[in-house]
Write a protein that binds this ligand. Structure first.
Ligand code: TEU
Length: 550
């Protein structure tokens, strides 16, 4: 099959992206850690699912303080994951199946073991010193200002050799790069071109909205020169190559989304926005979750749909390696597990944008169910736990927050079979396997037409055969309804109506007159429905989509 991304500059609009967190995907050599040969061994499974792109979380050389988001060599692979030859084989084998590989570009920071940082910290006069952000101590000898690390504690660490502090917005082993330095920027561009020349299909850009930061004014996201840097990056690396780029932008507003992804902006294909996620974080952030409410959730998504209606492009995702499992967060992972997992997929895949599936989501994997701090491996969870306990917080309260929103929820091994370690490894897994793998696993769902997996396969196939799913405009209905998620997509004489009962209770849906149609049931997780009309009685977590000519 030809590479889908060679000719059409917008090829990524009808593709579905599958995210792999390599450490937890599949282990081939029995060391308990997933690896690149493990990914190659599952390419047929992924091709069968129908995805067009794999976004690979970092596989580069790394001390693994943050599972590879701390890179010590951008041009090498971590030995536990494999070799450069393995990645070349992955690119080639994926390409044979019409799948492009998108690499994770982590350039807000490196590892403190990167050769650049080792040189930089060696003396104040080293030519690489300015690749990082160094400041003198405050008059009292403490950190230069009050910036905090996202992983707990101050964002500055004093380096004994030179007596200055360096900035680390994440772990102390993740020093921030200084994007104000043009030589550093040129190094990054060269590295990106080196990867692009290897035949990858694009980049997912880690915390890219932080690179324009002004640490002295404590401006982090969306700093003054952010768009200049991205446009320069585009000019130097992406221009003329039909690749997919998606920026991780926690603080982007819908208006900023248009700046990042607008047609003539020459920046990115799309960004990940997080308002539908952070709307349910409390005062103390993710560790203090707020109850879900559908009206707020719909508003967050609809605002982005509206803002990017005629220019720019949305990414559509409900989960990733930093978030809890979607079915546990937004659905019901016990009584209505299958229904709610398929409802969430239906809604996510049928909005306007490129859908993302996080590994295991397609089989309805649930949160980890960890109850003790010793089960966690995540640097963020452990860092914040230490910080909160030192401040005298209640450990049980923290553990409740971590069980709801901690990053390890999404990092338990992919459940391939009902067998030992869910078929992930023959060794000892680096993090606990969810006990529910005996019921929830890929093997049990392959060949079952009523499975969550079959539902994903169907949704992914539908976007390839129905242009209205890719190009149709989006119109929300019943925006204030706390139970129903309803929208229409329209394109040149066709209308697609999507109706979802986002609750464990039956619902009565009074069809608005604009949505009265009779046609074909494209997908359903309950009884098939080929019309939308009158008062419809919906089952708990029922979702369906009807397509008709208008
Ligand atoms: O995530 C950025 C990020 O901001 C989240 O870790 C976030 O800070 C946190 O969940 C909020 O509580 C990216 C990667 O996706 C993540 O895995 C990395 O740890 C992080 O950047 C550093 O590279």
């Amino acid at each position: 099959m030809p590479r889908p991304y060679r000719d059409d500059p917008d090829w990524w609009k009808d593709a579905t992206v599958y995210q792999i967190y390599p450490r937890s995907f599949r282990d081939c050599d029995g060391d308990g850690v997933g690896d690149i040969p493990g990914i190659v061994s599952k390419l047929d499974y992924l091709a069968d699912l129908g995805i067009g792109v794999i976004w690979l979380s970092p596989v580069y050389a790394s001390p693994m303080e943050d599972n590879g988001y701390d890179i010590s060599d951008y041009r090498d692979i971590a030995p536990e994951f494999g070799t450069l030859a393995d990645i070349d084989r992955l690119i080639a084998e994926a390409e044979k199946r019409g799948i492009g590989i998108v690499m994770d570009l982590v350039v807000n920071h490196t590892s403190d073991r990167h050769a650049w940082f080792e040189a930089a910290r060696s003396s104040r006069d080293d030519p690489k010193r300015d690749y990082y952000v160094w400041r003198d101590p405050a008059p009292d000898g403490g950190p230069p200002n009050g910036l905090r690390s996202y992983f707990g504690g101050p964002a500055w660490k004093r380096d004994e050799v030179t007596g200055q502090y360096y900035l680390h917005l994440f772990a102390a082993g993740q020093p921030d790069l200084n994007w104000q330095n043009p030589v550093l920027r040129a190094e990054i561009h060269a590295m990106m071109n080196w990867w692009l020349d290897r035949g990858i299909a694009g980049f997912r850009m880690d915390v890219i909205d932080l690179i324009g930061k002004d640490p002295d004014r404590e401006i982090l996201n969306n700093g003054p020169r952010l768009h200049d840097y991205i446009r320069e990056m585009h000019r130097e690396t992406l221009a003329g190559r039909n690749v997919l780029t998606v920026g991780e932008t926690w603080e982007a507003t819908p208006e900023m989304g248009l700046l990042f992804s607008g047609r003539d902006r020459h920046e990115l294909s799309m960004v990940f926005q997080f308002r539908h996620v952070t709307s349910f974080w409390g005062e103390a952030g993710k560790w203090d979750p707020k109850p879900f409410d559908l009206v707020t959730f719909k508003r967050a998504l609809d605002d982005w749909q509206r803002a990017l209606a005629s220019d720019g492009w949305n990414s559509l995702f409900l989960s990733n390696h930093d978030l809890p499992r979607a079915v546990s967060k937004y659905g019901d992972d016990t009584r209505y597990w299958r229904e709610s997992a398929t409802l969430l997929a239906t809604v996510n895949h049928l909005m306007r944008g490129t859908p993302y599936v996080y590994q295991g989501e397609e089989i309805g994997m649930t949160n980890a169910g960890f109850t003790e701090i010793g089960q966690y491996r995540d640097v963020e969870t452990l860092g914040l736990y230490a910080e909160r306990m030192a401040a005298g917080d209640d450990p049980a309260g923290f553990l409740r927050g971590a069980a709801a929103n901690g990053r390890d929820n999404a990092r338990t091994p992919v459940q391939w079979t009902a067998g030992p370690n869910a078929g992930f490894t023959t060794g000892t897994p680096w993090i606990g396997v969810n006990a529910n793998h005996v019921a929830i696993n890929a093997e049990a769902q392959i060949g079952d037409d009523a499975s969550v997996l079959a539902h994903y396969r169907k949704l992914i196939a539908l976007r390839k055969t129905h242009p209205v799913i890719v190009d149709g405009d989006y119109r929300p209905f019943l925006e204030d309804d706390p139970q129903l998620f309803v929208f229409a997509r329209n394109l040149a004489g066709t209308q697609l109506v999507v109706v979802a009962n986002f609750s464990g209770e039956p619902a009565a849906f009074e069809t608005p007159s604009e949505l009265e149609i009779a046609g074909e049931c494209l997908i359903s997780n309950h009884v098939p429905r080929d019309a939308v009309s009158g008062t419809m009685r919906l089952a708990p977590w029922e979702a369906f989509a009807v397509l008709a000519s208008t």
